[in-house]
Every structure is written in structure tokens, then in C-alpha cells.
Design a protein around this ligand. Structure first.
Ligand code: GDP
Ligand code: MG
Length: 314
């Protein structure tokens, strides 16, 4: 595991060796604004999955997650509440020094956990940046956790969260405002439904809001669930909603098409990363020289073209 974390020489070969053993795990992304209760929810989901006798992997991309303590764990697998449970594997990730960033690290670790026999892998990420969108592509089901009164809920939705959510979890329902958040979300989903209906009816509404349909998949409407993760309330329902989405992916044409798209996207991502890695290795000093010339005002397009020509010669 550490060799893969550190991208030790030959780690790609190790990952490749794992491929025949991987592909059975169900990957669930848990994302949303900091403090919404993602880690709390992950803890409860671990319990729930363990009650079903499932082997659980957790990948914590949130550096502040309590089960990591912010530490980079290297070879060690640290667990807190589940320390005595040999069927729970928790890894924390850091982006530092990783070409291709978090999404790649998460994908690599997910493959290891998958090959290791984890039935379910929970991936916690924080925020709504590019990494989160990438990780959403990696997960089979993406749960977006929101908490009322965050003030930035609507902002988060605007930032594209609606597109990646397969299930919405409105957490901290013990606080005021949860119902309003649920209503807001339902309203947005309703609007999105109406747009899709119009689009499928050939009214060309697609251009009006050039966004993906909610849930990113035709045929699936993301449920909006209320939770009090801290007390475990609503967690069973959330687990059931995830299972429903999993069944949708496996058993419907639209779902299978979405799965296939995820796999193609993974190829595109992997190839891009290997390409950049290979190019950096091959061009090394020339790349640095070009960067300096760009810094002095030379045209980056011209410089890039020249670099590409060099690469193709090599
Ligand atoms: N009132 C309330 N607080 C909660 C609930 N779930 C989590 N919290 C608290 O919210 C804070 C942030 O939780 P955490 O799981 O670390 O959020 P994360 O940053 O999204 O991973 C912690 O103090 C939790 O105890 C809940 O259902 N209700
Ligand atoms: Mg957390």
C-alpha cells in the first residue's frame, strides 16, 4: 500500500496486477461543505455496513477527518471507533507530491481496497472543487451532504453540486432550517425535471440552462433525505437510497450507460496522467526552459506546439 501511495518504482505494475481481483466493490462518494457532518455520517455508515457483514474500506480525502487526525498514515491503517474491527480499512490521503492529484490517489487506493475484498468503499471528500468532481466520477454513487444554515448551501448547488449528486443528505435535521433546505433542493430538482421533460419533448429547452440534468443520469431522480447523523437518524434510509441507486446502475439501460461512461472517463483520466508524466520525464529541462520563456512573454501556444513536436520525435 505504501509503495502505491508513494508511487514507488513499479507501482503501476502492482496496480495492474490487482485489476483482475478488483471491480466488485461498491464505491460511494460522500461530499459536501466542511462541517456538514460527512465524517460523522461515514462513521455511522461503517456501523451499518458492518451490521450487514460487509467488509468496509474508507478513503478520507478530508485532511481534517477525525479518523485521520490529519496524519499521513503511510503503511499503517489507523482506526478509531473501529479499531478492533478487522473488517474495516481506513486510509487518509494527501495530495502532496502526487502528480494527477487527489482523484488519482483515491482511484489507486480504491483499487487496492477493492482487490483486498472490500464490499463497500466510502470516499469522503471536502468541498466542491475539481477534485470532488473527479472523485464523484470515480464513485458509483455520490452522496452530497448539506447542513441547514450553512449560508453557502445555495452557493454550493450553483457550483455544480446538483450535477454530481445521486442522493442528497440534509444533515443536522435537529437544527432549524432543515425543512427549508429540503424544500430548496426539491424545488431545484423539480425545475430540473421540468426542463428535462421539455427537452425530451423536443421543445429545445436544453439551451436555456446548459446544465446536466439533476443526478447526472436520465432515469434517476436524486432523493432528498433528512438526517441527524450524530444520532444515527436517517442513516438506514440513506443506506437504502444508495442501494437503490446501485440497483438503478446495474439493472437499467440508463444506469448501465452511466457506468460505462464512468469507465471511459477513467481511461481518459488515466491516459492524460500517464501522458503528462511521460512527457515530463522525456522533456524535463526543455519543459523548464519553455516555462521560463513563457514567463518572459512568449506565446504559450507556440511553445506548447514546439514541445509536442519534440515529444513526437522522441
Ligand atoms: N447538531 C448536529 N450536529 C452534527 C450532526 N452530525 C454531525 N454534527 C456535528 O457537526 C460537526 C462537524 O461534523 P463532521 O462529521 O466532522 O463534518 P465534516 O467536516 O463534514 O466531516 C461535528 O461537531 C459533529 O459532531 C447532526 O446530525 N446534528
Ligand atoms: Mg470530515
Amino acid at each position: 500500500m505504501r509503495r502505491i501511495d508513494e508511487r514507488a518504482a513499479g507501482y503501476l505494475d502492482e496496480l495492474k496486477r490487482l485489476h483482475p481481483h478488483a471491480g466488485r466493490a461498491y464505491l460511494v462518494g460522500i461530499t459536501g461543505t466542511p462541517g456538514a457532518g460527512k465524517s460523522t455520517l461515514v462513521g455511522k455508515l461503517i456501523e451499518q455496513q458492518r451490521a450487514l457483514q460487509r467488509r468496509v474500506g474508507v478513503i478520507a480525502v478530508d485532511p481534517a477527518s477525525p479518523y485521520s487526525g490529519g496524519a499521513i498514515l503511510g503503511d499503517r491503517i489507523r482506526m478509531q471507533a473501529h479499531a478492533l474491527d478487522a473488517e474495516v480499512f481506513i486510509r487518509s490521503l494527501s495530495t502532496r507530491g502526487h502528480l494527477g492529484g487527489l482523484s488519482r490517489s483515491a482511484a489507486d487506493v480504491a483499487r487496492v481496497l477493492d482487490a483486498f475484498g472490500c464490499d463497500v468503499i466510502l470516499i469522503e471528500t471536502v468541498g466542491v472543487g475539481q477534485d470532488e468532481l473527479e472523485i464523484a466520477k470515480l464513485a458509483h454513487t455520490t452522496v452530497v451532504v448539506l447542513a441547514p444554515g450553512g449560508g453557502d448551501d445555495v452557493q454550493a448547488i450553483k457550483a455544480g453540486i446538483l450535477e454530481i449528486a445521486d442522493v442528497f443528505a440534509v444533515n443536522k435535521a435537529d437544527r432549524e432550517g432543515a425543512d427549508a433546505t429540503v424544500r430548496d433542493l426539491e424545488g431545484m430538482l423539480g425545475l430540473s425535471d421540468a426542463l428535462n421533460a421539455a427537452r425530451f419533448a423536443g421543445h429545445g429547452a436544453g439551451h436555456a440552462l446548459a446544465c446536466q440534468p439533476a443526478g447526472a443520469a436520465e432515469g434517476w431522480r436524486p432523493p432528498v433525505l433528512k438526517l441527524v447523523a450524530a444520532r444515527g437518524q436517517g442513516v438506514a434510509e440513506l443506506g437504502a437510497a444508495c442501494e437503490q441507486h446501485r440497483a438503478f446502475l446495474a439493472e437499467t439501460e440508463a444506469g448501465r450507460a452511466q457506468l460505462a461512461k464512468k469507465k471511459s472517463a477513467e481511461l481518459a483520466r488515466t491516459f492524460r496522467e500517464l501522458l503528462v508524466e511521460g512527457a515530463e520525464k522525456l522533456l524535463g529541462a526543455e519543459l523548464d526552459a519553455a516555462a521560463q520563456r513563457a514567463a518572459q512573454g512568449e506565446d504559450p501556444y507556440v511553445l506548447s506546439e514546439a514541445l509536442l513536436a519534440r515529444l513526437l520525435e522522441a
